[in-house]
Design a protein. Structure first.
Length: 56
């Protein structure tokens, strides 16, 4: 799998998980906390995808 694919998978999974975390405390899916955590999750996914691509 190419490094670019791994990074995109990380972005998609990270931002999805980050966007749904505020649902745990009752915030809406389009709340500001959801947008912020989705961004943080996407950045974490980029970092993790990059690190995994270096191992392969």
């Amino acid at each position: 799998m190419s490094p670019r694919s791994l990074i995109w998978i990380g972005v998609i999974v990270g931002s999805t998980i980050g966007g749904f975390i505020p649902e745990l405390w009752g915030a809406g899916i389009f709340s500001i906390s959801s947008v912020i955590l989705s961004t943080i999750g996407g950045l974490a996914g980029i970092w993790l995808g990059f690190k995994v691509s270096q191992l392969i």
